[in-house]
Design a protein around this ligand. Structure first.
Ligand SMILES: [Zn+2]
Length: 159
């Protein structure tokens, strides 16, 4: 029996650290699946939906963890409007995912590891939101398990 494509559960009293740890578990799971090591969790009213990178295994260059979490939450909740939800993501969202977050109505994003590569030049989530006049409507945080997330990616790139 194959595992479910994604997890939906009642988070109840999950702490912010637990939500970020769940995103990191999804990232590790993505790597085990043969994909890139990225994971995301969307939470609203105590209910969580997860997403993990599926680009390789589904031949879908848009199957980033944040997009997958948005798809799963929208399907689970039967709406494209995810206003009021928060996203916990293992790694700083790319420009595509930042755009998807903007479209989803999610306005709180908690980032684990921050981008330190130069593949996207000067890009940051905050700069894209500022460029599009959206920054003031968002809460972007990088203060939940940031060290643990950075260590995870240091370990992944070293192995
Ligand atoms: Zn992305």
């Amino acid at each position: 029996m194959s595992r479910p494509a994604w997890r939906a559960s009642i988070a109840g009293l999950m702490t912010e650290s637990e939500l970020m740890r769940l995103a990191l578990e999804e990232a590790a799971g993505a790597l085990e699946d043969g994909n890139e090591p990225y994971g995301a969790v969307i939470v609203r009213d105590g209910e969580t939906l997860t997403g993990r990178n599926e680009c390789v295994t589904t031949h879908d260059p848009t199957a980033h963890s944040e997009v997958m979490a948005i798809r799963h939450a929208a399907a689970q909740w039967g709406t494209r409007d995810l206003s009021g939800a928060s996203m916990y993501t293992s790694f700083e969202p790319c420009p595509m995912c930042c755009g998807a977050i903007m479209q989803s109505g999610i306005r709180t994003v908690v980032i684990g590891a921050s981008r330190s590569d130069t593949a996207l030049g000067e890009y940051t989530v905050e700069k894209l939101l500022d460029l599009t006049g959206q920054l003031s409507g968002f809460t972007i945080r990088r203060d939940v398990l940031a060290d643990e997330a950075q260590a995870f990616y240091a370990g992944v790139s070293a192995s």
